[in-house]
Design a protein around this ligand. Sequence first.
Ligand code: ZN
Length: 504
Amino acid sequence: MQNTNTIVPRQLLITVSGCHCPLPGSHHHNSRVQRPSSSPPLSLYLASLRSRFSMRMPPMAGLTKILLFPLLLLFSAAAASSPSSDAEAVSRFQEYLRIDTAQPAPDYAAAVAFLRDQAAAAGLEARTLEPVAGKPLLLLRWPGRRPSLPAILLNSHTDVVPSEPKKWKHGPFSAALDESSGRIYARGSQDMKCVGMQYLEAIRRLRNAGFVPDRNIYITFVPDEEIGGHEGVEPFVASKEFKELNVGLVLDEGLASPGEEYRVFYAERSPWWLSIKAKGAPGHGAKLYDGSAMENLMKSVEAIRRFRTAQFDLVKSGEKAEGDVVSVNFVYLKAGTPTPTGFVMNLQPSEAEVGIDIRIPPSVHTEALERRLVEEWAPASRNLTFEFKQKGSVLDNFGKPAMTTADSSNLWWPVFEEAVKRAGGKLSKPEIFPASTDARYFRELGIPAFGFSPMANTPILLHDHNEFLSKDEYLKGIGIYESIIKALSTHEADAIDSESRAEL
Ligand SMILES: [Zn+2]
């Protein structure tokens, strides 16, 4: 999640009461994956059986197959998870966490060198792209047996936010493992070095078990997410290299969940950063008169506060989830006539200014909000002007709300949901991410993207002091991704790829 975001109080993030935004089936434009079709539970069940038992063996004599099969099963069970492989996976995670990739001076070279070694060990093809010089983006590929099918992209960012080491129990780049609690303390343990390494560990295990994907699987390790992705994913998705990948679905980051269920995100709110300036006649501090800059501005502040309270009440009452309302927060106030020791106290200033961070879910009609801004929050009639420092669009490049459908009308969704379930995980109701991630760049292109970081039973500590992830949750997450990657990369004859199949 990006550094520039407003971090919401933890207790608010915990309660998710369900989303009220409409999810029309037409949000998506990738007809290959969005066309509704009946996807009977039987086919899912068969697919699950197939993926569980198919060892993807090359053709061989029947007898050899019979002899080899139990051996492969044994090997696969051993490869999937054993105390020694778990310990190795944890130490590889710690090694990645120890690389200081904190903004504003992330050591990308060290991260990419480490990840290239990991990719080689997992048998993946690696390319380092540099959409912007000095900002390497690592692109890995696990070739599918049917490369013409839409590919899966597993994305994670390598940078992390800065920390205040003195306020940490263990150094933020020590990746210290607390033996009694099993917690691994490090900046990036939740956001989101865990996810990047879990992708690689899951692939390592699947490969060891002999699994071969149908689709191409790409894994990207991207720079600069924490400072907006403008020199990371933003130029990457505009590149020829990206178009050639033929990405059908992206997985990116989500949030930890203090409860039993994993959280999943299908959209995110767009930031509007706004400054409102007021002007008015200056005057003596003792004089009551209309139209001073401070009075003009305070009227706006009152109107904005009323709106904020109404939105917040919807969250407090449980009527709406946090990502479903418009959040409005004051971030600065600027006024007064300074003196060397403070401010002039008997003078009403001629100018005053307020800054506001607004976050808008894609389900909201922004025209109404803009009208409110012009008529109520910053009317010219009260000598107010406004300026957008940033104005993110809630629409994708096709003019549709930038949301990935998270129901059965999006054929990727049941496959994802079922795969999490099969690995013993539970998903909570899909949500709108309250802040911003790189996933928005993919959704803008009309490519479905889910935000998902498998961390249950974990307090939300991203960007906080003492960020940690327990070793057991980390290992459980590898198993979850094994199941997800297997399911998503397996071609379903009558579903997601019906168009691609027609081409073959
Ligand atoms: Zn993040």
